[in-house]
Design a protein around this ligand. Sequence first.
Ligand code: NAD
Ligand code: ISE
Length: 340
Amino acid sequence: MLRVGVIGTGMIGRDHIRRMTTVLAGVTVTAVTDVDVDTAKKVVEGLPGATLHATGEELIADPAVDAVVVCSWGPTHEQYVLASIAAGKPVFCEKPLATTQEACLRIVQAEVAAGRRLVQVGYMRRYDAAYRALKQVVDSGAIGAPLMMHCAHRNADVPAFYEKESAITDTAVHEIDMVRWMFGEEITAARVLIPRRSRNGGPLQDPLFLILEMAGGALVDVEISVNIRYGYDIRGEVVGEDGTAALGELSPVTVRTSRQVSTPVPADWRERFLRAYDGEIQEWIDSLAGGGTPVGPNAWDGYAAAVVSDAGVAALRSGDRVPVVLAARPDLYAAEAVLS
Ligand code: NAD
Ligand code: ISE
C-alpha cells in the first residue's frame, strides 16, 4: 500500500484525495497540509488516521509518507518538488511543474543529481481516451502526415486569482504538453493573436489565439476562451495530407425534442477529465510499487512545457514570433520514450 501525503487541499487536491480514497487501489492518504488550515482541517477529518502537517516540508519528512502529491498553487511547486527529491521520495506534481523555465531546470538538475526518476507531472490529457484514440489515428498514418491541428480550450469561467498570462501558463499549457506528445516532437516557436475582447472576460484579454510551430513543420492553433459561460469544452482536430481526425463528442446521450438535438456539455475539468485523472494517478501508484520508477510525463516534459509557455507569454506581451530554445536533454530522460 503506497502511503501518500497531499500538499494543497484546494479544488484538485480534494479531488485527488477523493479518488485516492474511494476509487483507486493500492494507495492510502496518510498526511495533508495547506496554508489554509481550516480547509485542511476539514479534509483531514474525513481521513481516519491521517496527520495534518503545519508545512509541506514537515509532511515530506513524515516517515508515514512514501510519496508526495503536490496540488498547491504553481509558484509553490518548485520548493516542494525539490524537497521531495532531496528526501528521495517520489513526487506527483500537478501542472505546471513550476512557473518559470529556470525553476523547472533546477528541478531537472536536482533529479539528474539524484540519479533516478522521482518526478511525474500532472499532464493528464495523455491518459484521456479521446486523445489516445486521436493519437492512434495520427500514428497509424491513416490521415497522412499531420499538417495542422486546431484546438479549443474553453472554460466556463476561471477563479479570481487568474491573470492575463494564466491563459497561457495555466490553461494552454495543457495543449503545449499534449501536442509534444501527440506529434512526438518539440515545439520551436510561439505566436499570439489577440481578437476582440469578450464582454464576459472582465479585465482579462479573453479570448486569445496561441499559434505553435512544430519541429516537423506542422502548425497548431489554440483558441483559449476562459469565460465562455456555456460549459467546459475541449476540442482538437488534426488535419493530415489525406484526411482529418478529431476528438469525438463525448456525451453518452443525445436528446431530440421540440425539433432540436442536444447533448450535455461538462461543467469543468473535473467532469471532462475524470477518467484521465483516475488513469494517471492509478498508473503512478502502480509504477511505484516495490520501489519502481514513474512512467508518466516527467520533469523534462514539465521543463519543455515551461519553455514554450514562457515563449507564449513573451509573444502575448510583444506581439512577436518567439523562438523556443531548450537546454540539452540529460541522459536520464533519453532512455525513455519521452514523447511517445
Ligand atoms: P486551489 O486554489 O483550489 O487550491 C490550491 C490550494 O493550495 C489552496 O487551498 C491553497 O491554500 C493551497 N496552498 C497555496 N500555497 C500553499 C503552500 N505554500 N503550501 C500548502 N498549500 C498551499 O487551486 P487548484 O485549482 O486546486 O489548483 C492547484 C494546482 O493544480 C495548480 O497548479 C493548478 O494549475 C493545478 N490544476 C491542474 C488541473 C488539471 O487539469 N491537471 C486542474 C486544476 C488545477
Ligand atoms: C486549470 O488549472 C486546469 O488545469 C484545467 O485543466 C484548465 O482547463 C483550466 O483552464 C486551468 O485553470
